[in-house]
Design a protein around this ligand. Structure first.
Ligand code: SAM
Length: 287
């Protein structure tokens, strides 16, 4: 139970580029709290100045977070409200704050989210990949061997995979995705909400080529989204279907007719089976 005379911790999302994305509610909370705990006080001082606010700032980052708990809890006990912000987007999402929130909740303090920008949600909302289920993995390991091991562990996951990545590692990460996951479809959201916002899509190899042609495409901040693995059932049906189509074509059946038989026996759209049968026929003719 939270004590009604004590203050609350507000976990406030700030913009990921475009300052207009700060919500009016976030601005109001930031103007009313006694203290703003921020990942980088110099960076956040600029945001608060832009908003015309002059709230006291206190640094809270991964190295001092645990030590700050008692100090902030004491302020809340005195009835003061506190805001937690990070450099960009939603605190705790690949940013500090988890230890603080966990500890304050355990002490019965009120923790109130003030939602707003979050790079992974913005990226997913415009990527055109399935969003009914996704797996957010934060940053992949910095070293290539560990990164490949992580990607191998994720290779069979059927959910859309989402990663954060920095400009100095994006090319190496694409290279490892290519090695481990081959031609898997990928969408790269770069510089969301900023002047050079770009969505690129294709295989890791194709996007690497694109960055070689235009080095600007490797600049800025990235959300890397990968299509999930085809489900085993779908994959099995595709393999079965190819064998069936192959046999029907061998018997001299036409592409259209073979596609019809496959759709009837295995389900799925006739159009898709037609495209597969056509591709199979062309592949056989070219050999
Ligand atoms: N808490 C933040 C959020 O809610 O998205 C994420 C913080 S994390 C330390 C920073 C990473 O988020 C960047 O390296 C990048 O992968 C991603 N990111 C943040 N802003 C972005 C933007 N404007 N466009 C693309 N990716 C962004």
């Amino acid at each position: 139970m939270s004590d009604s005379s004590s203050g609350s911790l507000y976990v406030v999302a700030t913009p990921i580029g475009n300052l207009d994305d700060l919500t009016p509610r976030a601005a109001r909370v930031l103007s009313e709290v006694a203290l703003v705990a921020a990942e980088d006080t110099r960076h956040s001082a600029r945001l608060l100045r832009h908003l015309g606010l002059h709230r006291p700032l206190l640094s809270l980052h991964e190295h001092n977070e645990a030590a700050r708990v008692a100090q902030l809890d004491a302020r809340l006990a005195e009835g003061e409200d506190i805001a937690l912000i990070s450099d960009a987007g939603t605190p705790l999402i690949s940013d500090p704050g988890f230890v603080l929130v966990r500890e304050l909740r355990a002490r019965g303090r009120r923790v109130i989210p003030i939602p707003g920008a979050c790079a992974l949600v913005a990226a997913l909302s415009a990527a055109g990949l399935p969003t009914d289920r996704f797996l957010f993995e934060g940053f992949l390991p910095a070293r290539s061997a560990a990164r490949r091991t992580r990607l191998e562990a994720l290779a069979e996951r059927e959910e859309t995979l989402v990663f954060y990545e920095s400009p100095h590692r994006i090319r190496d990460t694409l290279a490892d995705i290519g090695v481990v996951l081959g031609q898997r479809h990928l969408v790269l959201a770069r510089e969301l909400t900023k002047a050079y916002e770009t969505f690129l899509e294709g295989s890791a190899g194709a996007l690497t080529t694109r960055m070689e042609q235009d080095p600007n495409q490797a600049r800025g901040e990235f959300v890397v989204m990968l299509a999930g693995a085809e489900s085993r059932q779908v994959a099995a049906t595709v393999i079965e279907g190819e064998a069936l189509l192959g046999a029907l074509l061998d018997e001299g059946m036409g592409v259209k007719q073979a596609a019809g038989v496959a759709a009837r026996l295995l389900g799925g759209a006739r159009k898709v089976w037609y495209a597969r049968a056509q591709a199979l026929k062309e592949a056989r003719q070219s050999h």
